[in-house]
Design a protein. Structure first.
Length: 422
């Protein structure tokens, strides 16, 4: 009997091709919108998770000073890390105290300043941003220095002072090559390395601008040029293996407060959780907006089925006359409306996958947040089996639900009156 119902339902859909196509199109648009938006949002969540995992959940960022009120979880000074722009603010911190904590494995320090830079190949002088790095920071925190690969030369050595590593673009602007000399604040520096040109910008993008235009010095050299030894813009703290990261962050704050130089800390885990919450809220909002079009499609199904009942009154009367019961008529029309929804859902999933794939390419090429965090941004929508099954089940269920009232009307028809209907 089920197969008979399917055949009758399919025949009912085929006999009204134009109307069925228009009705299915409404479901297609709704399902495609929902599926595409959810797959993109899930893809963003997965990408964000992957990006922060690359940095390492054992990392703590410490900023000199207290967090602005109401932004303890994400201090105002975090904004440059994601949206670019360096800064010269900072404070003198005794990072030796942090290194002595048993819960801390490694400590890195970064200091940014604006300096007067000249070179033989540059006419006049430039006011450029320079970044000081303490020894070993790139090895201890590789996730923060994506895009910091050398095209030629070498990295700083322990105890080295008046050496500089240049981004490829600034080296070209200054007219220097490996082994050349530039002057920073009246102090001559030797170019010992030139970075590879890359669109990958890493966390350094938020601290010192685009590494392609970056000027990197040993931290001790920056201290020598600008005074205030120990002044930093940002400290990176790596928790020891097995240590609780949040507890370690608290110990870092306590140690710096006791030293009279309070800091604001945030962990990579906290940053990831905040980003995930934002994306979850965005996903829910987008899905709710897209569901409006799906609701419109369901109304179209209801209208189509109601019209079908009016057109098939005599057919219903014949079926009842030969023994069809009310439940059979009800089931037939519910199945037919459900099939309309299922066909629309299947096509909607295909269209949604295509839309999300195209949108994913635009997102991957235009979004800079991933590059601002780890230097790499590989994004693709997540079209999971659960999403596909859920979309099909939703479209079938919504179609069947939209057909409840027309199906009940058909089931309640009096067979004698139905047979008289012309």
């Amino acid at each position: 009997m089920t197969l008979d119902f399917l055949r009758l339902s399919w025949r009912g859909i085929k006999t009204r091709k134009a109307r069925s196509i228009l009705t299915v199109s409404g479901i297609v648009i709704g399902v495609a919108a929902v599926a595409a938006l959810i797959s993109i949002a899930q893809g963003m969540q997965l990408t964000i998770k992957r990006e922060f995992e690359a940095i390492g959940y054992d990392t703590i960022l410490a900023f000199p000073g207290q967090a602005p009120q109401g932004m303890e979880g994400m201090p105002g000074r975090m904004r440059p890390l994601f949206f670019g722009g360096g800064r010269e603010e900072g404070a003198t911190l005794d990072l030796g105290r942090l290194s002595q904590l048993p819960q801390v494995e490694a400590v890195g320090a970064i200091r940014t300043e604006t300096a007067i830079v000249t070179s033989p190949g540059l006419e006049g002088q430039g006011f450029l941003r320079v970044t000081g790095l303490n020894p070993g920071i790139t090895q201890s925190f590789p996730g923060y220095f994506a895009g910091f690969s050398l095209a030629e030369g070498r990295y700083f050595e322990e105890g080295e002072l008046f050496s500089v590593i240049l981004g490829p673009k600034v080296a070209e602007d200054l007219g220097v090559s490996l082994g050349g000399k530039i002057t920073i604040e009246n102090q001559e520096f030797e170019v010992i390395g030139i970075l590879e040109e890359s669109e990958s910008r890493g966390m350094l993008r938020g601290l010192s601008g685009d590494p392609n235009y970056g000027i990197y010095l040993p931290l001790a050299a920056v201290d020598s040029l600008f005074g205030e030894p120990g002044k930093i813009s940002l400290a990176l703290v790596k928790a020891a293996e097995g240590a609780d990261v949040k507890q370690t962050a608290q110990l870092v704050r306590q140690a710096m407060t006791m030293a009279g130089t309070p800091v604001t800390t945030t962990t990579v885990q906290e940053m990831a959780e905040m980003a995930t919450r934002i994306m979850s809220s965005l996903q829910t909002t987008l899905a709710a907006i897209a569901a409006i079009s799906l609701l419109v499609g369901a109304i179209g199904v209801m209208n189509t089925m109601y019209t079908a009942v009016l057109e098939r009154v005599r057919e219903i009367g014949i079926m009842k006359a030969v023994g069809a019961k009310r439940k059979h008529i009800l089931g037939l029309f519910l199945l037919e409306s459900g099939l309309v929804g299922l066909i629309g859902g299947l096509l909607g999933v295909i269209v949604g996958a295509a839309l999300s794939s195209v949108a994913g390419r635009f997102i991957a090429s235009s979004v800079t947040m991933g590059r601002a965090v780890t230097g790499e941004f590989s994004f693709s929508p997540v079209f999971s089996a659960g999403l596909i099954i859920g979309a099909l089940a939703l479209s079938f269920g919504l179609g069947a639900l939209a057909g409840v009232w027309p199906a009940q009307r058909a089931a309640r028809l009096n067979p004698v009156e139905a047979l008289r209907y012309e």
